[in-house]
Design a protein around this ligand. Structure first.
Ligand SMILES: CC(C)(COP(=O)(O)OP(=O)(O)OC[C@H]1O[C@@H](n2cnc3c(N)ncnc32)[C@H](O)[C@@H]1OP(=O)(O)O)[C@@H](O)C(=O)NCCC(=O)NCCS
Length: 312
């Protein structure tokens, strides 16, 4: 029992904030941000624009791309860490906004920046069990709501946005989500976490060290499990946290730079939306072609990390 990708969509808020804009908001410089992170700009949602608003637009675009309607979807899984409401889930709110009447189940996954890999893991399990026909996977975050403007080391790193992918049951096990692995280490949670008053606490250098070793670890696990090497993979789409982390991880895995998708310069770190948004961007700009094999490693607060292998 397998699955295949039948549609994608994304949404980025209209407001683009570049590094020079940030220079006016916090004690930083374009030069520092570009050198340490590779980021040049990010999108920030309006005050009245919610995670549900962004997720709904991305979902509607994915439905249009797939040529189906919301009632054709029989499960929605949303990766998000920044929902405005503790309940109900962003997933059910998106179904409500889109006018679903088929009573499909929906739930959110809180895996921080690895959230979309956790969501892919769940979707693969449901397809493998033959339990669902069409699953919509959404990654949506309003990270700007969590920015502590008195902490320049985290204030410059994040952006907002949403992406959606639709997978359909298929008899082929070599298309769609082929394999996934997800892991966590709660003993390291203090390294990177949110606070009750919605701020981000992060030990940057320690987080960096973990990211450059754990993302390749997960990617290697997936390649070994699938019996493939870097040569067989068309693209690596890493979690877009920092250009130096992306390049160092890819180097450890033996991937040439041409095979690495980079959107961190345009979107910054959009956490649980990052990989889904990046893939949509790559399709829209004809960078990744349908049918190619994509390796998808991610890392985030938790600590959580993991990877997926997807034939798109
Ligand atoms: C955050 C990060 C870019 C900082 O880079 P770094 O090279 O580790 O920098 P440090 O934290 O050691 O700080 C170096 C200096 O830059 C300064 N600095 C920090 N943020 C700054 C900013 N926005 N602008 C200018 N200077 C800044 C620090 O104060 C420090 O100055 P000092 O040497 O005078 O004390 C880097 O640690 C990183 O990317 N970590 C991983 C973050 C991440 O990806 N998190 C999400 C995971 S999902």
């Amino acid at each position: 029992m397998g699955n295949r990708l039948i549609g994608y969509g994304s949404y980025l808020p209209e407001r683009i904030v570049n590094n020079f804009d940030l220079e006016k908001m916090v004690d930083t410089s374009d030069e520092w941000i570009v050198q340490r992170t590779g980021m040049r700009e990010r999108h920030f949602a309006r005050d009245d624009e919610s995670v549900v608003d962004m997720a709904t637009i991305a979902a509607a675009r994915a439905l249009e791309n797939a040529g189906i309607t919301i009632n054709d979807i029989d499960m929605v899984i949303v990766a998000t860490t920044t929902p405005e409401l503790d309940f109900p889930s962003v997933g059910v709110q998106v179904l409500g906004r889109l006018g679903a009447t088929n009573n499909a189940p929906a739930f959110d996954v809180r895996g921080a920046c690895t959230g979309y890999i956790y969501a892919l893991h769940c979707a693969r399990a449901f397809f493998t069990a033959g339990m669902h026909q069409r699953i919509m996977l959404i990654g949506a975050e309003k990270m700007s709501r969590f920015i502590d403007w008195s902490d320049r080391s985290t204030a410059v790193l994040f952006g907002d946005g949403a992406g959606a992918l639709i997978f359909e049951h298929s008899s082929s096990s070599y298309s769609g989500i082929i394999d996934t692995v997800v892991m966590s280490d709660g003993g390291e949670f203090e390294m990177l976490h949110g606070t009750p008053d919605h701020h981000i606490i992060m030990n940057g250098p320690e987080t960096y060290k973990k990211a450059v070793s754990l993302m390749p670890q997960a990617a290697n696990y997936i390649m070994e499990h699938a019996g493939i090497t870097a040569d067989n993979v068309d693209w690596i789409v890493p979690h877009q946290a920092n250009l130096r982390i992306i390049q160092s991880g890819a180097q450890r895995l033996g991937f040439p730079l041409e095979k690495i998708l980079v959107t961190v310069d345009k979107h910054a770190n959009t956490s649980g939306a990052s990989g889904v948004l990046a893939l949509s961007y790559a399709f829209d700009n004809n960078i990744i072609k349908r049918g190619q094999l994509v390796l998808y490693p991610a890392f985030g607060s938790g600590l959580t990390w993991g990877a997926a292998l997807i034939r798109v």
